[in-house]
Design a protein around this ligand. Structure first.
Ligand code: IPE
Ligand code: IPE
Ligand code: MG
Length: 245
């Protein structure tokens, strides 16, 4: 039986988040520069997006560039930003054909002007699509996002728009850049690292974590299916006992 047919389509995660890691090591294994790994990671992005769309996953969030990634060598950062612009431009048509809406989370104002403009245009050009939402985390840091939400709520309280007692979990979620998006049920990280690296800290409070040694440029639909099957075999108890479920 192939792995795809083991997926229970009635119990799909609504939202899958992915920390796409291992491009640099993949390139190094082939004796190539790190940027070669990033370029080859685009195929994995395409496959993962298509597979999620076909299955009926409603939201896919991809961690593409963290705020900490600015600390990389300038040439790598520039290459990543150029790749972002190029990929988004190339993919708009396919996104529209497949009914995929693009969104972005992160401090987008700090992206280079060209990357920012291309991104906003792609978001606008795909806003009519309703089959799946692809969320790109760009210049994203969960701590930054949480601090921003606190600032927003504090300002609203100061101006009398809300009372401090109005701030509950729902209000806080609504102040995050992921407002309106359900929390991911499944978080995948490739490349064998077992850490979160400042990604979606609030939203993954109860996510199932799946770590795979596969390097991102090697990640294919079958790896995604495997992660979903693994997720579906877990018992999500949310604090209850097994007998209560
Ligand atoms: C993930 O791959 C891509 C980004 C973080 C932009 P890496 O570039 O982190 O690859 P490794 O971890 O060095 O192998
Ligand atoms: C996390 O990967 C960020 C992205 C995948 C965009 P990193 O490779 O930057 O994470 P660390 O530095 O190993 O924690
Ligand atoms: Mg890495």
């Amino acid at each position: 039986m192939d792995i795809k047919s083991k997926i229970n389509l009635e119990k799909l995660p609504r939202h899958i988040a992915v920390i796409m890691d291992g491009n640099g090591r993949w390139a190094k294994e082939q004796g190539m520069a790190r940027v070669f790994g990033h370029r080859n990671g685009v195929k994995a992005v395409r496959e993962t997006t298509e597979a999620c769309t076909e299955l009926g996953v409603q939201y896919l969030t991809l961690y593409a560039f963290s705020t900490e990634n600015w600390n990389r060598p300038e040439a790598e950062v520039n290459a990543l930003m150029a790749l972002l612009v190029e990929t988004i431009k190339n993919e708009i048509k396919t996104l529209n054909e497949n009914g995929v809406r693009l969104r972005a989370i992160g401090d987008l104002n700090r992206l280079p002007d060209k990357s920012h403009k291309t991104l906003l245009k792609a978001i606008d050009d795909t806003k009519q699509n309703a089959r799946m939402t692809l969320v790109l985390a760009l210049n994203y840091s969960a701590k930054w996002e949480i601090v921003e939400a606190v600032r927003k709520l504090a300002a609203a309280a100061k101006s009398g728009e809300i009372e401090p007692s109005d701030i509950d979990e729902q209000a806080f979620s609504n102040a995050l850049s992921t407002a309106g998006i359900p929390d991911p049920e499944l978080l995948i990280r490739t490349s064998g690292e077992s850490r979160i690296s400042n990604f979606l800290l609030w939203q993954i409070a109860y996510s199932e974590l799946y770590f795979t040694p596969v390097l991102w440029p090697d990640f294919r639909r079958e790896h995604l299916y495997q992660a979903i099957v693994d997720f579906q075999n877990r018992e999500r108890r949310f604090g209850k006992t097994s007998e209560q479920l």
